[in-house]
Ligand binder design. Structure first.
Ligand code: NAP
Length: 317
């Protein structure tokens, strides 16, 4: 039950997504058709048998990978909001064909896609929970099919929970934090390596992990679990970078400090950046766009000899 014709109609160059969606709308309107596509593309795509692991899924994908097609195909996990959204928008302006992954906030993801397309770029939104292996595989197969061969991955999706001391953290919370901040990036990095690595016939690429200054600071009395999960992501960044350094893939990380996004509300303090910002060396919190610039730099050829390294984007903290 493939929906390739639907996908091209929805996201193909020169086609206004909302106009298409309106024409094809089900009873609930444009959103329902889009949702239906995403259901087919992400949830109901049948398992595919590939003779060669994760080669481009279609000839259309391969033909889209000409140099004239721009810097390539970028997947941003958690690209609907905050740092991920800023990264997706900037990448769209720089000519990447962008997949905006989201887990639950469909409206925000679609707004990012709409913005990229409004600027003349190419983007798709794909729902997938990156903590679940089957959904990650479907997400990457959708990227193969709709955008072409992946050249860049930003492991941005992440979460934290209410501020608490370590002795208050229970097993369930720890499992959620490890899943979102460690398992998700591992699963996505693995799927990216199987597409990018020369070991599998790929043409290389770049991965940027969105870690946190918390991995250095430990986040005492707030979320040591979150900090530890970002420490694990730092270790993965280093280990994977060395593992694939000779296979055409660079792996780096940014470590943002306090950035104005909605994530702080999850910790129970939406105004945290405004409270702590003035105490930072630069006297303020950061903007998502300031992190996005650093991510795009690490993805770009300007960083061609940088791998296994960390760019702190924390206002001097
Ligand atoms: P945000 O505004 O809360 O956005 C988080 C994004 O991650 C959302 O788009 C969310 O999707 C997505 N997400 C969460 N769990 C997911 C899952 N299991 N599968 C797919 N997507 C998932 O947060 P942010 O501040 O931009 O954070 C982005 C990254 O930066 C995180 O890794 C965070 O740890 C890191 N970071 C942030 C700061 C900061 O101060 N903001 C500092 C250091 C590091 P939905 O919208 O669909 O739910």
């Amino acid at each position: 039950m493939r929906a390739e014709g639907v996908g091209r109609g929805l996201w193909g160059v020169g086609c206004a997504p909302w106009a298409w969606a309106t024409v094809g709308a089900g009873p609930a309107g444009a959103g329902s058709r889009l949702h239906a596509y995403q259901y087919e593309g992400v949830t109901a795509v049948p398992e595919e048998t590939t003779a060669r692991p994760h080669a481009p899924a279609s000839s259309e994908a391969a033909s889209a990978d000409t140099p004239a097609a721009g810097p390539g195909v970028l997947l941003v996990t958690g690209g609907g909001r905050g740092i991920g959204a800023a990264t997706a928008r900037l990448a769209g302006r720089r000519g990447y064909r962008v997949c905006v992954n989201y887990r639950s906030d469909e409206a925000s993801a679609l707004a990012v896609v709409d913005g990229i397309r409004g600027d003349g770029g190419t983007a798709v939104a794909v729902r997938a929970d990156v903590t679940r292996g089957a959904e990650v595989e479907r997400l990457f197969r959708t990227v193969d099919r709709e955008l072409g061969t992946l050249t860049a991955l930003v492991n941005n999706a992440g979460t934290l929970e209410r501020q608490a001391r370590l002795e208050e953290l229970d097993e369930e919370r720890l499992a959620r934090i490890w899943a979102a901040n460690i398992t998700g990036p591992f699963l996505c990095a693995g799927a990216a390596v199987r597409r990018m690595s020369s070991r599998y016939g790929g043409r290389g690429g770049a991965i940027v992990n969105v870690s946190s200054a918390a991995s250095r600071l430990g986040s005492p009395n707030e979320y040591v679990d979150y900090a530890a999960s970002k420490g694990a992501l730092d270790s993965m960044t280093r280990g994977l970078a060395l593992e694939v350094a000779a296979e055409g893939i660079r792996v780096n990380a940014v470590r943002p400090g306090l950035i104005h996004t909605g994530i702080h509300a999850l910790g129970g303090e939406p105004g945290r950046v405004d409270r702590v910002g003035p105490q930072l060396p630069m006297g303020r919190g950061g903007e998502p766009e300031e992190v996005a610039e650093c991510i795009l730099f690490l993805l770009s050829p300007a960083a061609s000899y940088a791998t296994g390294t960390f760019l702190d984007v924390a206002g001097g903290r």
